[in-house]
Design a protein around this ligand. Structure first.
Ligand SMILES: *Cc1c(COP(=O)(O)O)cnc(C)c1O
Length: 398
């Protein structure tokens, strides 16, 4: 291959990331990632790994010993839960109310198991009654899998109720918490979640590429008693634990993404400094402000109020407004990224993320004023200035 010229160092534009992820990475995290690389079996590194595990237990609200980051993005965390807990011939109940439930189904099929789908409309929470019917109709099912925070629509499902149901029917649970961890209430132990995965780039304010996971003792029991070896060598928990497990006997499994883990460590330090309940409250407060501003402009939410995620705000695009034109102008003129709709919602909705470090007052006001100025210029019937005033009123600022 020939290059016309030697590329210069890549200088990314400085954006404000208010889409479905990645979200704004905190400057402290970026600084942490720039620190000198050390060996991944260096005693200093191993101490840091132990702290990451403890801080992830704090974030997930669990005592599960098997709590650690998978060295790959959220999709790998998803795959890790399925390949370890699902064996050929198993039946898995999979809830689908958006994009990510569909990926769970693909994982089940590739494990050689049978998915039983419980489908709900995009933009709604998983229907607990339908799940109960499916559990009753399929006593052979061994796992219930669902997405806690559906990033494709902004719907939050009742993870606590779903886990209680699964337990009553002798099923383990696999929960996608990629967008919920750090952004809204999540209780791994109190809710009895067996296997959970998340991502570094949504509400943890960390760069993409790592997937925190946690497995209960019940889940590990199942992994230990498998008849078939886990089909993925890289994601086989029995092997990963040799590297991430407790004690000094760390064995080489793969080279940990050293600097990426510095970043995760820093993001978790910041989460602990803030306090996780305060982080949840911050996401809620900023969501209320954004909501007030969006509704003042006449924009309607996709998800009913009591099923909404504070960190992912999906709103219908006003009649006659060109989706791509607005997002393009936000990016070019304001360096602001918001998300497009996926699947059936493509072209019909915007997804505005308020995740992690991006969930702050200044971003809410910035996004509202940028969006309002563009919509007003496009002749949308909006009274100038209403969005920011409504958001300020929601924040108790007049
Ligand atoms: C982002 C996301 C994923 C996938 O994470 P990647 O890091 O992109 O692989 C999975 N599930 C949900 C709900 C997500 O929002």
């Amino acid at each position: 291959m020939t290059l016309d010229k030697t590329p210069a160092s890549f200088q990314p534009p400085v954006r404000t990331l208010m889409g479905p992820g990645p979200s704004d990475v905190h400057p402290r995290v970026l600084q942490a990632m720039a620190r000198p690389t050390i060996g991944h079996l260096d005693p200093a590194f191993i101490d840091m790994m132990d702290e990451i595990k403890q801080m992830l237990q704090y974030a997930f609200r669990t005592d599960n010993a098997m709590t650690m980051p998978i060295s790959a993005p959220g999709s790998a965390g998803m795959e890790a839960t399925f390949v370890n807990l699902v064996q050929p011939g198993d039946t898995v109940i999979v809830c689908q109310n958006g994009v990510f439930g569909g990926r769970m189904k693909e994982n089940v099929l590739r494990c050689g198991a049978t998915p039983v789908m419980v489908e709900d409309p995009w933009g709604r929470a998983v229907d607990v009654d339908k799940v109960e019917q499916a559990l009753k109709a399929h006593p052979e099912a061994s796992v219930l899998a669902f997405v806690h925070a559906e990033t494709s629509t902004g719907a939050r499902s009742d993870a606590e109720a779903l886990c209680k149901l699964a337990q009553a029917h002798g099923c383990l649970t696999i929960v996608d918490a990629v967008t919920s961890l750090g952004g809204s209430e999540l209780e791994v132990d109190a809710w009895g979640i067996d296997a959970i995965y998340s991502g570094s780039q949504k509400c943890l304010s960390v760069a993409p590429g790592l997937s925190p996971v946690s497995f209960s003792e019940r889940a590990l029991e199942k992994v230990r008693n498998r008849k078939h070896p886990v089909q993925s060598w890289f994601l086989d928990l029995n092997l990963v634990m040799g590297y991430w497990g407790a004690g000094a006997k760390r064995a080489y499994h793969h080279t940990a993404p050293v600097n990426a883990l510095y970043g995760l460590h820093e993001g978790l330090v910041m989460l602990m400094e803030e306090g996780i309940e305060n982080a949840w409250a911050r996401h809620q407060r900023n969501h209320q402000a954004l909501k007030a501003g969006l509704e003042a402009m006449g924009l309607r939410f996709v998800v009913p109020e009591d099923e909404r995620l504070p960190q992912l705000n999906a709103v219908h695009i006003p009649e006659g407004v060109d989706d791509a034109a607005v997002r393009g102008r936000l990016l070019r003129e304001f360096n602001l990224e918001i998300g497009a709709g996926l699947g059936d919602l493509a072209g019909k909705v915007w997804r505005i993320g308020l995740m992690g470090y991006a969930s702050r007052r200044s971003n809410v006001l910035f996004c509202l004023s940028a969006l309002e100025s563009i919509l007003v210029e496009m002749q949308a019937p909006i009274e100038k200035g209403v969005a920011v005033s409504a958001a300020m009123a929601a924040l108790g600022e007049g």
